[in-house]
Design a protein around this ligand. Structure first.
Ligand SMILES: Nc1ncnc2c1ncn2[C@@H]1O[C@H](COP(=O)(O)OP(=O)(O)OP(=O)(O)O)[C@@H](O)[C@H]1O
Length: 429
């Protein structure tokens, strides 16, 4: 039974501190330049012209989805008042593995928006047919359209020596109006955390996509503070101790100035106060909540991964834990070699290097790993470098709890030898 105390909450509008809530423009902080750029690029839509394609790039939680979402929402409204149909087709590429799935997802998103039948099955028909259905729906229901492709760099989905799926998709969509497959005006906005994303794009796709760039830098502690201040009304008046907002902002500023993390921690501290029946959110709630988030994030996440992702992560963590060299970064070619060795030992499927890199990169969106792109010097090509933000040994231990990976623990010495041999090999080249 709930007593009076149990019913009271520090929140009066908890939605405001939910990560997916679409906030009003006046709550947006420190993104004036980006807002201005997106508005100016999309303005031609209102005058019946085609806007340019765009690339919004910057670290996680820096407002890319927020800004493009807020501006396109306004354009939908303005177009509606003029009797024009502006379609916003927004997908997140992170869970999508192939080009075919991406096109299906686009069809599904449009069909849902205009409330009609999808009209193509998910499997058993060609990707071409799915494209045809996509264009058919767009031509019937929209006068102009923008495709928003979030986390575009994670749409790899290719076999060895093939062009990556993101490259093909960008090529197709950005030329669909030139080829008259789409009759109205089309533009494509790609969102990514990878500042060097365009370097991996096929030349054909690069020239047809040819985007205007908009950069989203990290927030500093002051901006994070302001973002939180603007959502203070999620809480009951006087429910926040004075130091709560500065402390939440300071924690989030340490983790790359990610506004999503700041908001999650703000909400977490409030939830903890509620759980304990405390009337006021204090610094202690913030600190404890941060500890829980740190612990939970990596370990819960690891538990929920597929076996292939666990193996990829295990092999990457093993490079850090077993390396005799100092430094805690893992060059992706070394991580991949170790991954191959582990899959051989376990006698399980082996993915391509692209897929291995995609899996590990995905973990960076959860803050478990950070990635950067490195050059091997003149003519040596590029590779990714992975750095663990938390403790790689805890990650390995958690993965071993999965019975399918137990066998590998007995091979610890061998694994150590493989790691160091691969590192030596890599640094010799
Ligand atoms: N400038 C801002 N003002 C207010 N809230 C913000 C701001 N920037 C981000 N947020 C909030 O932080 C959260 C994350 O923002 P958003 O999803 O736009 O980030 P992103 O850059 O698209 O991240 P990712 O690369 O992880 O997709 C959202 O809840 C958003 O409302």
């Amino acid at each position: 039974m709930l007593d009076d105390e149990g019913e009271s909450s520090v929140f009066v509008n908890r939605d405001l501190v939910e990560p997916d809530t679409i906030i009003d423009e006046e709550r947006i902080v420190g993104r004036d330049d980006q807002l201005e750029s997106v508005v100016s690029f999309l303005k031609p839509t209102l005058q019946g012209n085609r806007p340019p394609n765009m690339l919004l790039y910057g670290p996680a939680g820096t407002g890319k989805s927020l800004i493009i979402g807020a501006v396109t929402q306004q354009i939908i409204e303005l177009c509606k008042s003029k009797g024009e149909r502006f379609g916003v087709v927004d997908i997140n590429c992170q869970p999508i593995n192939t080009l075919d799935q991406a096109v299906y997802e686009l069809v599904q998103t449009v069909a849902k928006d205009v409330d009609v039948d999808i009209g193509v099955p998910e499997t058993g028909v060609s990707t071409k047919r799915k494209y045809r259905r996509l264009y058919e729906l767009i031509n019937e229901y929209y006068d102009s359209v923008i495709f928003i492709l979030d986390e575009i760099d994670l749409l790899v989905g290719r076999r060895a020596n093939e062009e990556p799926a993101y490259s093909k998709l960008l090529y197709q969509l950005s030329r669909a109006s030139n080829t008259n497959e789409i009759e109205g005006r089309v533009s494509v906005a790609a969102l990514t955390n990878d500042p060097k994303f365009m370097e991996d794009i096929d030349g054909r796709a690069e020239s047809s996509f040819n985007p205007r760039d908009i950069y989203f830098p990290d927030y500093d502690a002051n901006q994070l503070r302001e973002i939180l201040e603007n959502r203070r009304d999620a809480f009951r008046q006087d429910a926040l101790e004075d130091d709560v907002i500065p402390l939440v902002a300071a924690f989030a500023a340490q983790s790359h100035g990610d506004a999503r993390k700041a908001i999650d921690l703000f909400r977490g501290a409030g939830d903890l106060a509620d759980e304990r029946g405390d009337e006021i959110v204090t610094e202690d709630h913030v600190r404890e909540s941060q500890e829980e988030i740190d612990k939970d994030r990596s370990l819960k996440l690891v538990e929920g991964l597929t076996t292939q992702k666990k193996i990829s992560l295990y092999a990457t963590a093993a490079v850090v834990c077993y390396s005799k060299q100092t430094g805690s970064s893992v060059p992706s070619p070394v991580g991949f070699k170790v991954y191959q060795w582990v899959t051989d030992e376990l006698d399980t499927d082996q993915m391509t290097r692209e897929t291995y890199v995609k899996y590990v990169k995905e973990l960076s969106t959860y803050g478990l790993i950070s990635t950067s792109r490195k050059s091997r010097g003149r003519g040596g090509g590029m590779y990714m470098e992975f750095t663990f933000t938390g403790d790689p040994e805890a990650v390995m231990n958690r993965i071993v709890d999965d019975t399918r990976l137990e066998g590998i623990v007995e091979q610890k010495n061998l694994l150590q030898t493989v790691v160091n041999a691969q590192l030596n090999e890599f640094h010799k080249q």
